[in-house]
Design a protein around this ligand. Structure first.
Ligand code: AKB
Length: 313
């Protein structure tokens, strides 16, 4: 049975990951940590932890008796562009602290990379697992550096580091903050609340996406995978679908026929989106640890709208 410390546990992925891990490994075997206090009472243990404080992270992990650390705390792409130095300090400082704790206490390690680790010179379609990575955003610089750092800790110190490159993640529980793919979450909320949405991402801009249940299953499957079969270990391409705003709108119209989509493009987030692939190739993840996504666009839309209708009632 694992004992897992999760950083950034109140974030978009973290908040649902905690529930998933508690189901898999038991409530008391998952320690949720975040820089802020939860607004509602939490099931299972919780500790305040600023990931830039490596000493505290070590103490918390040791006291809990962790054998695994899942490092989720990070600033997303648009927020990182607003404050690049803060992003460098938080994203890289937090990551190296978490890797050091993993080295000192010999913990298994997971952290997500992103499609943001690719740049304009990366092949745009069916982007291979191993390819050119010259991102033009601070977030992308952080993600590529992070991928390399995780590989380094595996080769140099033998730490069992593992990770995926997540696409935009869509969920009906916690909303993302400061990402470029966030439009694909916002659109569902506005579809239910107002029957219309103004997109900050332009028509015909394709990006990879995945529904949260598939993302959480991917984390568990990769962490449970036979290490002998992992050739890449870190930064596996994973994706479930690639769409542009008109396609998600068409999917929503199957349930809300009068749904209207208009555009007010944000040049910063549009430039980030254009520097990313249109679609990535997840075949290394499929071959090495059996990655599989269940939800396609229409299945995800049906579930998102059903869940949000209940939530926003
Ligand atoms: C973002 O848009 O910044 C994230 C990501 C794709 O990493 N959702």
């Amino acid at each position: 049975m694992k004992k897992i410390l999760v950083t950034g546990a109140l974030g978009q992925i973290g908040s649902e990951l905690i529930t998933k891990l508690q189901k898999e490994y038991g409530e008391n075997n998952v320690l949720a940590t975040d820089i802020r206090k939860p607004q509602q009472a939490q099931n299972g243990p919780f500790a305040i932890l600023d990931v830039t404080d490596g000493k505290k992270m070590h103490e918390v992990a040791k006291e809990f008796g962790a054998d695994t650390i899942m490092h989720m705390a990070a600033l997303l792409s648009a927020k990182a562009e607003e404050n690049p130095l803060l992003a460098w300090n938080l994203n890289m400082g937090g990551l190296v602290n978490a890797l050091e704790v993993a080295r000192e206490l010999n913990l298994q390690f997971f952290t997500p990379s992103s499609i943001g680790a690719f740049g304009p010179s990366t092949p745009k379609n069916n982007t291979p697992q191993d390819t050119l990575q010259r991102p033009t955003t601070m977030y992308g610089v952080n993600k590529v550096s992070g991928e390399l750092l995780c590989d380094y800790y595996f080769h140099k110190f033998g730490i069992d580091t593992r990770g995926v490159r997540f696409p935009g993640l869509i969920s009906n529980v916690a909303q993302p903050g400061g990402g470029t793919t966030d439009y694909a979450v916002d659109i569902y909320y506005k579809a239910i609340e107002e029957g219309k949405y103004t997109s900050f991402i332009a028509k015909d801009t394709y990006m990879d996406m995945m529904y949260m249940p598939d993302a959480l299953q991917a984390i568990v499957d990769l962490m449970e995978a036979d290490p002998a079969k992992l050739i890449h270990r870190n930064a596996f391409n994973v994706t479930a679908m690639s769409f542009e705003p008109e396609e998600i709108a068409a999917s929503i119209r199957k349930h809300i026929p009068n749904f209207q989509l208009t555009y007010d493009v944000d040049p910063v987030r549009q430039a980030i989106a254009e520097s990313w692939p249109d679609s990535i190739d997840p075949s290394a993840a499929v071959e090495e640890w059996g990655f599989k996504a269940t939800y396609d666009l229409d299945m995800m839309t049906a579930d998102m709208l059903e869940q949000l209708k209940k939530k926003l009632k």
